[in-house]
Design a protein around this ligand. Sequence first.
Ligand SMILES: [Zn+2]
Length: 61
Amino acid sequence: MLPVKRKSKCRTRTRRAHQALRTKTLVACPNCGKAKLPHAACSVCGYVSPKLILPVAEEEE
Ligand SMILES: [Zn+2]
C-alpha cells in the first residue's frame, strides 16, 4: 500500500518537530557518588535507600 497523497515538507517537519531526543536526567548516588537514574537503584553499588542496598550481580567472564 502506498500513501494516497505525498506529505508536504511542512507537514513532515511539523510532525518530526516532536521527535528530538532529550538528555537523560542523572543524579549522583549518595553512597558512591556515581551518576545514576533518579528513583532507581545505583548500578554500581546497588544503593536504593539507607535501609535497602540491593546486591549487585558481578559480570561473568
Ligand atoms: Zn552507588
